[in-house]
Ligand binder design. Sequence first.
Ligand code: NAP
Length: 263
Amino acid sequence: MNRVENKLVLVTGASSGIGEACAKRFAACGASLILVARREERLLRLQQVLASETDVSVHAHRVDVRDRESVEGLAAQLEKTELVPDILVNNAGLSRGLCKFQEGEFVDWDEMIDTNVKGLLNVSRCIVPMMLTRNSGHIVNVGSIAGHVVYPGGNVYNATKYAVRALTEAMNIDLVGTNIRVSSVDPGATETEFSQVRFHGDKKRAKAVYDGFEPLTGDDIADAILYVVNTPAHVNVANLVILPTAQRNPYVVHVKGGAGRKR
Ligand SMILES: NC(=O)c1ccc[n+]([C@@H]2O[C@H](COP(=O)([O-])OP(=O)(O)OC[C@H]3O[C@@H](n4cnc5c(N)ncnc54)[C@H](OP(=O)(O)O)[C@@H]3O)[C@@H](O)[C@H]2O)c1
């Protein structure tokens, strides 16, 4: 049964990876879209592709989720045009660096905390009141296995994803008695631009992260998110952890020839 047809879905971080895959999956199911990211040209390209392949309406907005005023502006515009999202996928996020805490860069820490935690808060704080007015909605926070298990060098990224897990729980508690559901989908190693961003554009180092095993794809995670939001209204998948078969926790990965530490 397709329960997302004719729904309106806001996806943050839709210009790449998991967010882009979500946009394509949702559009194929007949859901209209509000796409958010900083790289507008990519959003416009995706908008064109979806327009040529589907009948759904697709709105693209260049918004940096760290910029509270910009997020508030988007929310005001959506409210004015009566485009209240039925589903919010809080996907925008990143990691920066993989090194010991004592060697970490403040600028990397700020970027991760501002995007993964404060960005998610900015968007949710602006969209949830609109959902409350209608007493319906579903928020899916894209967390990570990094929010369940800390790995060497993950420190501040881990902390941001632990925070996402805490916020998913907190939102669920605070929204009890309403029809608004809050879920988190927490992936393991997924081959997107994630590692390129983590290693500041070092494509060779990024590629090596996925050497010797089959990682998840953006489509795998989009399928999981689609499952979560397609459940009946009385069902709330609070937390869904999804790993590649070769990976059993962030650092136990079977790499060609035996289980071992990948990182
Ligand atoms: N890949 C993995 O192994 C993995 C595992 C677990 C969890 N995750 C999580 O999955 C989510 C998506 O990551 P991905 O793997 O798909 O990586 P990706 O390909 O690098 O995509 C990240 C997306 O986030 C957007 N974004 C980053 N900062 C933003 C900001 N300030 N404002 C608006 N959008 C912003 C990027 O768009 P712009 O640059 O155009 O703004 C991009 O669309 C993240 O939350 C990540 O932590 C990934």
